[in-house]
Design a binder for this molecule. Structure first.
Ligand code: FAD
Length: 504
């Protein structure tokens, strides 16, 4: 790393150190660019501190709890579950987050990315002002021996004194300020009785009953988690089915699986009002059948989507606009570049077809860094980005739903293979399915949709199938291991290719 460089300039300034921002910074630095990464809170952003990682850690614990019931009820294991110690669960979860956090910080330090703590805003097309800027000290700095080294006693990273700093970006600025939970009027979080997905992590304990408002991936995951932890759960979704962006058969199988576990799934339903009580919330829900039901719960978890974070960024100073919903839409999706040359955008700040998913933001970060470095890169193929809900049962999908494929004018062949049609599916005994949507007459595979146990780990082959424009017959040539759940994917393709073995 060049210690003599002017701290007032960089090749690239990245604003926001979440998955989108830090992946951009890492790749740009690896390509030899001098990168300043500005983060006002914690490197790792939503995914690491409030999203993917803590929620999946908790869902892993939930899976272990569910295992007790299955062991007892199906396998004659004489085990009983005494209680879940929430503080111990939180401690393990937070330890995983902390270790990941340190890992990402160490990567950035090792790559030579200059991480500046502070709040950034634009002052022009190539200039950024950082308020309250504190920079991790560079190697060789008088009071420090290594960039990114943590104080072994406190774990703290040495920093410079805070000040206002202006940085001019020679090649470009990357906007990566992400998103936050959307709230509804009158349903502001109080961190205890009305909570968002952020607050649910830091709530004092596990509730005995929850109403989850919103049947997207986040709402479904939290509904599933709380049910595993023994809560009475009502899941309310305004659309006529939960996970409404997925294939209708995914919604159907997921609804069935959640109901089987005792979750009251109310799709096509509306929250009429909610009264916050001393020790909970009384909510009135209009069901799809037009009945009004009163539900009293200890906690109302609002999971009605996420909104982009742009306030205070002063986008106008660079002439960057937002769309009607506040997202920053690129003028050129192939470079993720706004209408202002050199100002790029990644992650949750992007509108659809970007997906508000961490792995999409990684791909976007790679693309933008490579674009800024002037090396060849390929646009993100959003249709081939997998989408997963880590509930029990899980859902995982890639490509077009059956309805989308038809709406795009495709004539399609569809095959639905129950997971219980393969032996390992029976062993798990949780139902589920593989649905394949392909161009009619043995054509290209357009979408693969999975519901069931561990399907999050099974979607990777389907993402290659869809991403590589494979045909059912291409897949059917390849032998899947027996007995596995993934065998159901192989069987679904065998049938579609006219060579079905176990499927009637
Ligand atoms: P963020 O991660 O939000 O990062 C933006 C960063 O910018 C923040 O750290 C913020 O402090 C900083 N910032 C904002 N403004 C400024 C400023 N002016 N100056 C300096 N810094 C600023 N995705 C998946 O792929 N898989 C999952 O399993 C998954 N689970 C999720 C579960 C939950 C409960 C939630 C909420 C989200 C989940 N997501 C998941 C989505 C994923 O977390 C996001 O897609 C991802 O975090 C977006 O990354 P980002 O870099 O765009 O934004």
């Amino acid at each position: 790393m060049d210690n003599s460089r002017d701290s007032g300039t960089a090749d690239v300034v990245v604003i926001g150190g979440g998955t989108g921002g830090y992946s951009t910074a890492l790749r740009a630095a690896a390509l030899g660019l001098d990168v300043v990464l500005v983060e006002r809170d914690k490197i790792g952003g939503t995914c690491l501190h409030r999203g993917c990682i803590p929620s999946k850690a908790m869902l892993h614990a939930a899976e272990l709890v569910d295992g007790f019931a299955e062991a007892r009820e199906r396998w004659g294991v004489k085990a009983s579950l005494d209680a879940v110690d929430w503080s111990a669960l939180v401690a393990t979860r937070d330890d995983i987050v902390t270790r990941n956090h340190r890992g990402v910080e160490a990567h950035l330090a090792h790559a030579g990315v200059r991480v500046v703590r502070g709040s950034a805003h634009l002052t022009g097309q190539r200039t950024v002002r950082i308020e309250g800027a504190r920079e991790d000290l560079a190697p060789g700095a008088p009071d420090q021996h290594a960039l990114g080294a943590h104080n072994p006693t406190t774990g703290a990273r040495p920093e410079s004194a805070p000040r206002v700093r202006d940085v001019a970006a020679r090649r470009g600025i990357v906007l990566a300020t992400g998103s936050r939970p959307r709230t509804l009027p009158g349903l502001q979080s109080d961190g205890r009785r009305v909570v968002t997905s952020d607050d649910a992590l830091f709530a004092p304990g596990l509730p005995g009953s929850v109403l989850v408002l919103g049947g997207g991936a986040i709402g479904v995951e939290y509904a599933s988690f709380h049910r595993s932890m023994g809560a009475e759960v009502t899941l309310v979704e305004a659309a006529d089915r939960i996970v409404p962006l997925e294939d209708a058969d995914v919604s159907r199988h997921l609804t069935r699986g959640l109901r089987k576990r005792g979750i009251d799934v109310q799709a096509g339903a509306r929250l009429l009002d909610a009264e916050v009580l001393e020790d909970g919330v009384r909510a009135r829900v209009r069901t799809a059948r037009g009945e009004t039901r009163t539900v009293e719960v200890e906690r109302l978890l609002v999971a009605v989507g996420r909104e982009p974070v742009t306030e205070g960024l002063d986008l106008a100073a660079a002439g960057v606009g937002t769309d009607a919903r506040g997202f920053v839409a690129p003028a050129d999706w192939a470079r993720l570049e706004t209408a202002v040359p050199g100002v790029h955008v990644v992650g949750d700040l992007l509108p659809p077809p970007s997906l508000g998913l961490a792995h999409a933001s990684f791909a976007e970060g790679l693309l933008v860094a490579e674009t800024l470095a002037g090396v060849e890169s390929v646009p993100v193929d959003y249709a081939a980005v997998p989408r997963v809900t880590y509930s029990s049962p899980q859902t995982a999908a890639v490509g077009l739903s059956e309805a989308e494929a038809r709406a795009h004018g495709h004539e399609v062949d569809v095959n639905i293979m129950p997971l219980t049609a393969v032996a390992k599916g029976m062993v798990h005994g949780q139902g589920g399915m593989v649905k394949v949507v392909a161009e009619a007459g043995g054509g290209q595979v357009l979408g693969v949709h999975l519901v069931g146990p561990h399907v999050s780990e099974m979607i990777a082959e389907s993402q290659l199938i869809v991403g590589w424009d494979a045909y059912a017959s291409d897949v059917a040539r390849h032998v899947h291991p027996h007995p596995t759940l993934s065998e159901a994917v192989g069987e679904a393709f065998l049938t579609l290719a006219g060579r079905g073995l176990h499927q009637q």
